[in-house]
Ligand binder design. Structure first.
Ligand SMILES: *Cc1c(COP(=O)(O)O)cnc(C)c1O
Length: 381
């Protein structure tokens, strides 16, 4: 079955007990056992819940993977994945990464004696150089946040495999509609389903997909032991969102392309970063490993920090807010918002200046969105 069909049917057969066409919200803590030790596949909802299981099956199918696990948030999924490594282990991390992951890797996990080396993974040879005998994991995102650089997933997977390490890909920005890291050789895919997968900015969630059963068992054991599970309502909302991922992504991309083209060369706009531009440094790689270029556009304002702040505070349709991937357009200021966890010199090294503004292009009319940006840009001069 193809993507659109899987999104609507994988894990979502009619309910065995009632015939309900839509997976019910199994709002229950416990499951009555037929006899001691004789359950019907579910025992206690931290360990497993039918609504959550439907979501897990669906996301795994969308990623082309064998096994899925749903978590209470993207960060719970990331923290759960990090339970694959132990004291003394070393992780190579692409330095262009989600601020929350950086916070976990820099402030929490070193206390458990897990060590991290940050590299510019747009050059895979830097990943290879950073590997030590203690390296158990390589961690990347592509496209990166917020500069939308492309990282070669297959090249990183090959390096990780050669050294017996896991390659983990945070696929939140690309979504399974546009990129399937497992097919490119990655071992673990993580998602913040809060973003495009849920798609409506109304539910926090996370997911992990793997092909290897032993890895699944480790993750499942750790999740049950630590408890970062989503409730059935949240699983249900995420599953409802995921059904329309394909149509939403097509429109996100069409709108983003139109806005990127509209902004390029416009007065007051110094640069537009969008992987769909033929002269974007990652364009060829994006064509190879993705099926499209996504709905995020990052711009740099000619007027620096003042212009960037004015733009963020002047749009009427784009809401100023954290997050991305919802049907409504969002505008964000990475310097003080999504990337506040990074030191100023770290941000500048990654190209995130005070002039950078990130757009999550929603599903409103693209002409209305362009007009909104044009009016706001006029206030920046
Ligand atoms: C939002 C985000 C996360 C964290 O997800 P939450 O659901 O907010 O915990 C992780 N990675 C990326 C790329 C994200 O955008």
């Amino acid at each position: 079955m193809n993507f659109e069909t899987l999104a609507i049917h994988a894990g979502q057969a009619a309910d065995a007990a009632t015939g309900a066409t839509i997976v019910p919200v199994y709002q229950t803590v416990t499951f009555t056992q037929d006899a001691i030790g004789a359950d019907r596949g579910f025992v206690y909802s931290r360990s497993g819940n039918p609504t959550r299981q439907a979501l897990e099956t669906c996301i795994a199918a969308l990623e082309g993977g064998r096994f899925g696990l749903a978590y209470a948030s993207g960060m719970a999924a990331i923290a759960g994945t990090m339970q694959l490594v132990h004291a003394g282990d070393h992780v190579v991390v692409a330095d262009d990464l989600y601020g929350g992951s950086y916070r976990l890797f820099s402030k929490i996990l070193p206390g458990y004696d897990v060590r991290f080396t940050y590299v510019d993974a747009t050059r895979p040879e830097e990943v290879a150089k950073a590997i030590t005998p203690a390296t158990r994991m390589v961690w990347i995102e592509s496209p990166t946040n917020p500069m939308l650089r492309l990282i070669d997933v297959a090249a990183c997977a090959e390096i990780a495999r050669r050294h017996g390490a896991w390659l983990v890909v945070d696929n939140t920005f690309a979504t399974p509609f546009l990129q399937n890291p497992l097919a490119l050789g990655a071992h673990v895919v993580v998602h913040s389903t809060t973003k495009y997968l849920g798609g409506h900015s109304d539910v926090i969630g996370g997911a992990v997909v793997v092909d290897d059963e032993e890895t699944l068992q480790k993750l499942r054991f750790a999740q049950n032991a630590t408890g970062g599970v989503p409730g059935p309502w949240d699983a249900w909302l995420t599953l409802r969102g995921a059904k329309t991922l394909a149509v939403r992504m097509r429109q996100h991309e069409a709108n983003a392309k139109q806005i990127a083209e509209f902004l390029r060369g416009r007065d007051g706009v110094a640069a537009v970063h969008y992987p769909g531009f033929a002269d974007h440094p990652g364009h060829e790689l994006a064509r190879r490993q993705m099926r499209g270029f996504g709905g995020m556009v990052t711009i740099e304002l000619a007027g620096g920090a003042a212009a960037a702040r004015t733009l963020c505070e002047s749009t009427q349709i784009f809401s100023l807010g954290e997050s991305l991937g919802g049907v409504e357009s969002l505008i964000g200021y990475p310097w003080l918002m999504s990337h506040a966890a990074f030191a100023p010199e770290e941000k500048l090294r990654k190209g995130i200046s005070e002039a950078v503004v990130r757009l999550s292009v929603g599903l409103e009319d693209a002409g209305d969105l362009c007009a909104d940006l044009e009016a706001a840009l006029a206030r920046c001069r």
